[in-house]
Design a protein around this ligand. Structure first.
Ligand SMILES: [Zn+2]
Length: 134
C-alpha cells in the first residue's frame, strides 16, 4: 500500500483553443510512502509526471477528443482537479518500490546449495582414498 504524503506540488495551467477543447496541462510532483520490496522498510518514493488533460462535458465529447489528450469528464460543471491529480499520481506509483541502497541492515539471502569445499562429502571421500592408496 502507498500513502501519498502531503506537500506534493501540482503546476497546472489551462489553455483554450477557440476551436478546440479546453486543455489543462502541467507537472505533478508528490512523495509517497511505500514499503521497500527488498528490505521491507518504509521508503519514500518521489513521483513525477506530466499531464495533458482535455476537458470534456459529455461521453460524446470524450470520444471525439484528440487522442493526445487524456479526457477528464466534467461532472455537474465541476472539474474534480484534486481527484484527477490523485488518480494520476496513483498511476505513477512504482510497482517495485526500493531504496536506492538499503542501509537498514539488509543482508542478502545466502546462495542456495553453496557448500564450501571443506564440507563437501566428496572432498572427504577423496582424502580417504588417498590415505588408502599410499
Ligand atoms: Zn530497502
Amino acid at each position: 500500500m502507498a500513502t501519498l504524503l502531503p506537500g506534493g506540488r501540482a503546476k497546472v495551467r489551462g489553455s483554450r483553443d477557440p476551436f478546440g477543447p479546453r486543455v489543462v496541462s502541467g507537472e505533478l510532483q508528490c512523495e509517497a510512502r511505500m514499503t521497500c520490496q527488498r528490505c521491507l522498510q518504509p521508503v519514500t518514493m518521489t513521483l513525477e509526471g506530466s499531464v495533458r488533460w482535455g476537458l470534456v462535458f459529455s461521453e460524446t465529447e470524450m470520444q471525439s477528443l484528440d487522442k493526445q489528450l487524456d479526457p477528464i469528464l466534467i461532472e455537474e460543471g465541476q472539474l474534480l482537479l484534486r481527484q484527477a491529480i490523485e488518480d494520476e499520481l496513483v498511476l505513477l506509483l512504482p510497482i517495485m518500490p526500493m531504496h536506492d541502497s538499503c542501509d537498514s541492515g539488509w543482508i542478502p539471502d545466502p546462495e542456495p546449495g553453496d557448500v564450501s569445499e571443506k564440507e563437501s562429502p566428496f572432498a572427504v571421500l577423496a582424502s580417504l582414498k588417498n590415505e588408502q592408496g599410499s
